[in-house]
Design a protein around this ligand. Structure first.
Ligand code: ADP
Length: 724
């Protein structure tokens, strides 16, 4: 038997199938999609079996495989095919398209081998016990085993470790090893809400579409989208089918998972970055074995190894977290969702209160079905939004919290209600500057400003992890004039302790939620009103549902507007609308206050009036004029290497070749990237704008092939990049 194996080296130069012989003793175990270990040059590598055949067209003296890594298929027929499609649209090495589908524990040579967790149980041997005499503890163990058949070692040891030992030695108890999942599940009280008429209508519409359909659900914040998702998933479940629900990592709050567990119990598998590799592996196996029926997870959960999918939901579909930027494959989970839905003939529902321009344009053109939930559940109004003009207010106070906002916070707390304060950190850092010479402290490895962490007085590079203590004097002019600019959550917390000393403030950010379970504990504590104010960054912006929150304050709306990216207005509008949506979600009326230096900017103005469609139209005009998506598609090329003049020369060559071959496309560049020097590597970028794909993939593939063995240059392709 001969098999075609794709080895686990993510490099274009070995990204093809190599043939191997299978020793006859192993032939019976070979299946497509399992992993094998093979000799490869002087190394041994793991790889996936992609082909099974009788003869080989390559070299005559084929080598034999060394062993079979796992008996179970890790990539089923559908996923094998899907990988090839993703390879085609991203131009990534095929092996990386398979690796991205699997938990790390299943990747070869990942360093930390993750094993299955095995637990010992004991059962009685079928021998005559009458000839033995037992001590009381031994008898207790025997009676327990008679009653429950198999009892865990942990429980028996609690009775008496030495008695257990003796019974095993005498062959009275037999050990049974059982695989156990690393998970911490407690059955909640079940709950299922009666849908409103508006919600039911959306559910009925989706069910009336042909089996494969793509819909955009535009539903204002608090309109009950999550309930609609659960009802649709329930429908799939009743047909014996599985569902995938994607959420942006940041909003994969314990709240969402809990809501799903209250409805569906233990049928949920949740996959997110807070899980250990072992826990992720176990969740993956629960899915592969059909023990979990519904997956909730971030981007990569779209690859859940289900055999039968009945529903795919993408919540907060506008989120850029659905696009993988690095490493390759640079795929968009929404595209993968549509590919899988076609194969399984099931619906895809993209939901958002602020749909991406691309999805909205498609829905309005009829490419997607358009569904809407225009009202909040129970007819509650969207919160009143007040804009605070910082150009005026900065003169009145030295603090970042203006007097207007402060008064409102105070009033709210006095009413026994709660506040969320949002600090917009998108594209924003707390950095250190010298007041004497204006020097900003940067990372020695790259052109990136170091971020100041006040809690331990460290400067840190968020790109490479480089860290150094805050120096006493400016490294440039040697004066003692360093001062931290910008504002972090710690600074606001400090201000609150001065301005509102009696208020109980809960700070939630990456630093305070990194410990396992910390996130959930904080949410529970805030819900039970142990705190008055929840202060945080993006982590408090989305998905949270607290009925007692009646005021949302945005400290700095502008930082995300200042990013040099054509999507900065869209991102700002959607972020502010999401945060605003956390206010007044229950019986009490909500209020939102936005502090900004750009009170007249349209992204801010349309947030004030909750006018998504107004924003959409205005932004579409601008995109049309500037030839940006959704009017044009974008593809970005990154050319990088250590020798800056060589990189520049080759980038120009690539540019000229694109110009010759793609006369209808608009080319920008080659220009040095914003993060020009990273890890002493120089990068140039070329942007391609196009309406029709034409032969772009083929031209780019040729370029990639040309440079695949030139180690001085690395070329990366990113179709529809999420940002520049
Ligand atoms: P969205 O996801 O659109 O922001 P949610 O699904 O979180 O909205 O719903 C907002 C609030 O309304 C939640 O507290 C939810 O429990 C409640 N809710 C939603 N639908 C119903 C319903 N049909 N009956 C009662 N309460 C509902």
């Amino acid at each position: 038997m001969i098999i075609g194996v794709l080895v686990e080296v993510a490099s274009k130069s070995v990204d093809r199938i190599f043939d191997y012989l299978v020793p006859s003793a192993l032939c019976g175990f070979i299946k497509k999609g399992i992993r094998v270990e093979v000799p490869f040059g002087r190394q041994t590598l793991e790889g996936f079996v992609l082909e099974i055949k009788d003869s080989s067209t390559s070299a005559k003296d084929l080598k034999e495989i060394i062993r079979i890594v796992d008996q179970d298929i890790v990539l089923n027929e559908e996923l094998l095919e899907l990988g090839k499609k993703i390879q085609k649209i991203t131009l990534a090495p095929l092996i990386s398209c398979y690796q991205v589908m699997l938990p790390k524990a299943l990747k070869a040579k990942n360093g930390s081998v993750v094993n299955k967790k095995v637990v010992s149980y004991y059962r009685l041997n079928s021998i005559d016990l009458s000839s033995f005499s037992f001590l009381p503890k031994q008898l207790e163990i025997i009676q327990l085993c008679q009653k429950e058949k198999e009892v865990s070692k942990k429980r028996l040891t609690q009775i008496s470790a030495s008695s257990l030992h003796t019974l095993v030695k005498k062959n009275i108890l037999l050990e049974v090893k059982k695989e156990e999942y690393r998970r911490n599940y407690q059955e909640p009280i079940r709950e299922c809400k009666q849908l409103t008429l508006e919600q039911q209508k959306v559910v009925d519409q989706v069910r009336s579409f042909p089996s494969f359909s793509v819909s955009l659900l535009y539903g204002v914040t608090g309109s009950g989208k999550t309930e609609v998702y659960m009802e649709l998933i329930d429908g799939a479940l009743k047909q014996g089918k599985n569902s995938i629900m994607l959420v942006p990592e940041i909003s994969l709050t314990p709240q969402m998972v809990e809501r799903f567990q209250r409805r569906f119990g233990d049928q949920i598998a949740a996959i997110h970055s807070a899980l250990s590799e072992g826990e992720k592996y176990d969740e993956w196996r629960r899915i592969a074995r059909g023990e979990a029926k519904i997956v909730i997870g971030a981007r990569s959960a779209i690859f859940a190894p289900f055999d039968q999918i009945g529903m795919i939901i993408i919540d907060e579909e506008h989120s850029d977290s659905y696009k993988q930027s690095d490493p390759s494959p640079r795929y968009q989970a929404k595209d993968v969702a549509i590919m899988r839905a076609k194969r399984h003939q099931c619906p895809v529902v993209l939901g958002s209160a602020t749909p991406s321009l691309e999805s909205m344009a498609r829905a309005l053109k009829g490419v997607y079905h358009f569904l809407s939930l225009p009202h909040r559940v129970n007819g509650r109004e969207l919160p009143n939004v007040q804009i605070i003009d910082m150009n005026q207010e900065v003169k009145k106070t030295p603090y970042h919290i203006t007097t207007t906002l402060l008064n409102e916070i105070q009033y709210c707390i006095e009413q026994g209600e709660q506040v969320i304060l949002f600090l917009n950190r998108r594209g924003f850092s707390t950095f250190v500057t010298c007041k004497n010479c204006s020097n900003t402290i940067k990372c020695p490895n790259r052109d990136i400003t170091l971020t100041y962490h006040k809690s331990n007085h460290m400067l840190r590079c968020h790109y490479c992890g480089y860290a150094t203590p805050l120096p006493k004097v400016c490294p440039n002019c040697k004066e003692e004039s360093l001062s931290d600019l910008g504002v972090g959550t710690e600074k606001i917390e400090e201000e609150l302790s001065v301005l509102l000393p009696y208020a109980k403030v809960l700070r939630m950010d990456v630093d305070t939620t990194s410990r396992k379970g910390a996130h959930k504990k904080m949410i529970d504590a805030f819900r039970s009103h142990e705190y008055d104010i929840l202060l945080g960054t993006q982590i408090v912006a989305k998905g949270l549902d607290f009925e007692n929150v009646t005021l949302v304050g945005v400290i700095n709306a502008d930082t995300s507007l200042n990013i040099p990216d054509f999507r900065s207005s869209e991102n700002t509008f959607s972020l502010l609308s999401q945060v605003a949506g956390r206010s007044g979600r229950s019986k009490k009326e909500g209020k939102v206050m936005i502090q900004t230096f750009n009170p007249d900017h349209y992204a801010i103005q349309y947030t004030k009036t909750h006018n998504y469609l107004g924003f959409y139209q205005k932004e579409m005009e601008i995109r049309k004029q500037l030839k940006y998506p959704p009017y044009y598609y974008l593809c970005s090329l990154r050319i990088s290497g250590r020798d800056s003049s060589y990189v520049e020369k080759e980038a120009s060559k690539i540019y000229r070749s694109l110009e010759r071959n793609l006369p209808h496309m608009i080319l920008l560049g080659p220009s040095p990237n914003i993060i020009f020097k990273m890890n002493r590597i120089y990068r140039y970028g070329i942007i391609i704008k196009y309406k029709q794909l034409e032969n772009l993939p083929e031209i780019l593939e040729k370029i990639l092939q040309h440079y695949k063995s030139d180690h001085r240059i690395k070329v990366d392709v990113d179709f529809n990049p999420s940002h520049f």
